[in-house]
Ligand binder design. Sequence first.
Ligand code: FAD
Length: 484
Amino acid sequence: KTSLVWFRRDLRAFDHAALHHALRQSQAVHCVFVYDTAILAALPRRDRRVDFIHASVAELAAELRQLGGDLIVLHADAAEAIPRLAAELNADAVFANHDYEPQAIARDATVAAALTHDARLWFSFKDQVIFEKDEVLTLSAKPYTVYTPYKNAWLKKMRAEPACLAPFDIEPHAASLAPPRAGTPAPLPTLDELGFEASNLAELAIPTGMSGASQLFEDFLPRVDRYDVARDFPALKGPSYLSMHLRFGTVSLRYLVRTIVDLMDRGGGGDGASVWLAELIWRDFYAMILYQNPHVEGGAFKPAYDAIAWETGPDADAAFAAWCEGRTGYPLVDAAMAQLNQTGYMHNRLRMVTACFLIKDLGIDWRRGEAYFALHLNDFDLASNNGGWQWASSSGCDAQPYFRIFNPITQSEKFDASGRFIRRYLPQLKALGDKEIHAPWLVPRMLLDQKNIVLGRDYPEPLVQHDEARKETLERYAVVKVVA
Ligand code: FAD
């Protein structure tokens, strides 16, 4: 039997469900990655994610060759290219891992139908999450909509079924990998050939590929026990920075969970390990929510929230542009947006702060912010991004109640007390003291003069007054009570 394994958001050659099953069931396994023109067309010509994929695909190809196989790399519309390649190789079946996003589900259905038409088989497997779709259900067999009981049920199931963390071996079955066609490895397209330019990914020293992911995890493990505290302070190296690797599958989620659970079982990891595991469970939770409720793409999880009237018109457009460009006059918000714009990463606490600010201080539709994040986040993932935005807009499952509105100044004083993070991204405010840096417009004019800071010249006046904006938001959200 000849098979084709289609790599998508699983760019690794170890612990890989589809590759494992294909190798075990076939005599000759070809591997392919498609730079999908249907996805790439919408992206700017300099995109850190394309750079990351490009480097990670090269490492994957090298690894597959090391194992005796090869990686065919195409630049085409995947929905057409996969059945065509399967025909060319005379493959009996195509293997891939599940993708839960609505567009991907539609694409895979098209591919599966074309393959069936040609009398070929389509197999796909769970790989991206520990538990998917309807694997974790309530006692009445319904999908959860609240995180904590979902997490408890998830943990219980994980303990009851330890096989869910078992690795899908590749090496013992590598003899089934088909050697390079034509005797030499398939060529890899350059970024230029794909129509892209290099981004600043290399400058940022963001490690790519499987080796980059393991480097980050090794760096994180010794500090996981402090994660529960350190993760809230954006100036600290608290989190793992693995999100981009989880997004593109250069790391195995099963391996991460297994390692953390083993550590916990040996009495290690402190509170940090269980809190970090809980974050990985949020990722499974949001993937399940998207799968079960595809209407969240573009609409509120709780439909009553679709009745909210958001600010529109030129003033709202100007406020949105100021938010995007980090010119709101609220230093923590602006520093966070600068972090996103310059690096493609934003600290989780700051994602919550900036999202709340856009929605509840500026009164702007959460979908506009969601789309901006989708374009700029290195780790953009439809399910987690949508979940995060709907949490902030209070329209999501288990979201922040609408009347709990982050105060951007208090958040700043609490989580960046000494202004270290703000100074990193807003050097023009460096001279301000630790107490002053959170709200420059409240600093006496004389003091600003002394430090040669002019509001409106060096740094913007605040776009809105938080207390007034808060009142307007409560009025805006009153409609929810009427509709609900
Ligand atoms: P760590 O703190 O080390 O966490 C480990 C992993 O757990 C992360 O890599 C991620 O896979 C997962 N995780 C952590 N927090 C969450 C969460 N709240 N929801 C789901 N998974 C989580 N995460 C994305 O991966 N892609 C997104 O597009 C995305 N958009 C977001 C938008 C908003 C408005 C908010 C509030 C959060 C968003 N998150 C998103 C979740 C979270 O902010 C990032 O996963 C995290 O900051 C990534 O950094 P890290 O890898 O260092 O995380």
